[in-house]
Each structure stands twice: as structure tokens, then as C-alpha cells.
Design a protein around this ligand. Structure first.
Ligand SMILES: [Zn+2]
Length: 57
């Protein structure tokens, strides 16, 4: 899987549940790709920050 595709699925995962097939594809890619692991961590941090912001409103 290309990184661009993996990143799309990582973003999709933040909004909705991935199919089992998509999940295993992403996980396999994440195991061997540090760039996408970093990307997922950043995305999770960003989403948590957004979530915190909402709770303050
Ligand atoms: Zn990658």
C-alpha cells in the first residue's frame, strides 16, 4: 500500500469505522512505515485537542 492511501484510511478511521479489510491493510502498513505511524499520532493528538476545545465551549 502506498503512504498516500494509508493516510487516507487513517483519516477515514478518525471519522468512521473502517472495514476489517481496510483495518488490516492499514495495520500492516503501519508496522513497516514510521512516517504513517507518526502521521497517525499527530492526527490523534489533533483530534484530542479539538475534542478538548469543544468541551470548553
Ligand atoms: Zn506509509
Amino acid at each position: 500500500m502506498k503512504c498516500s492511501h494509508a493516510m487516507l484510511l487513517i483519516e477515514k478511521n478518525a471519522r468512521e469505522t473502517l472495514s476489517n479489510q481496510e483495518k488490516s491493510l492499514v495495520e500492516k502498513h503501519l508496522e513497516e512505515c514510521i512516517d504513517c505511524r507518526t502521521y497517525r499520532q499527530l492526527l490523534e493528538k489533533m483530534l484530542n485537542a479539538l475534542h478538548d476545545l469543544k468541551e470548553w465551549q
